[in-house]
Design a protein around this ligand. Sequence first.
Ligand code: DGL
Length: 270
Amino acid sequence: MPEHTNNSAASPIAVFDSGLGGISVLREMVKLMPDEDFIYLGDSKNAPYGTKSLEAVRQLTIDNIHFLVDRYHCKAAAVACNTATSAAVRILREMHPDFPLVGVEPALKPAALARENARVLVMATPMTLREEKFRKLEHRFDSEAAIYPLPCPGLMEYVENGILSGQELAAYLHEHLDPYKDKGITGIVLGCTHYPFLREAIRNVVGDQVEIYDGGLGTARELLRRLREAGLCRNDPDHKGEVTFLNSSDDPSLLERSKDLFYLKEEVSN
Ligand code: DGL
């Protein structure tokens, strides 16, 4: 990324994920900031990130953010991926201290503080749960709540393949969630941006008594706060924001699927 900052309020905002999951965050951003333009890049060619090495994810994330910001002159960027955030956001901030950059993290705080003796299951990729960022977050709340990290390798692939329901997915979810049935779980944190698209499938397995949390809206609010702070909000009610979808894979169906997920009618967040 060159040393200049793209400080025009009319410039677009970059949103990046390892694949299509970040669209769950993008949806919240568009609802909150309908006059902004967004460029969404999914790195589906290299997905999944969550089972790769830290170094590989760090380099892919830095390269993709630099590509987006340079190529489209973006005024701000969001790493809409928990895995990529834990691997690269701190370093990106050190590289570009004046550039508005937001990441995502599992919404553990609202789940842990929702009630006395909360018992919280955190579904995320193996890398997110292994990394220091999550360890610190877990430590912040482990006196408020019982926290159960649940790595879910293979789960994001259902969303990448457009499978949001059905027997195979239900079997995966039962296999991973049923062992917690006797733990009195009060909340489930969706700690991967792909999982909000599986909210209904997860709900069908755990029932109505468990609250389900994701960080999409929180990230959108944080982006808005950073834009305001930098004086870079578009603030143009006459401009209807545009969303451009890009994908590193040459499979054209991924762009179609990106739009399907973006316009999906079902409620994917609380
Ligand atoms: N969407 C990504 C996240 O939020 C992870 C998916 C992957 O493993 O690439 O962690």
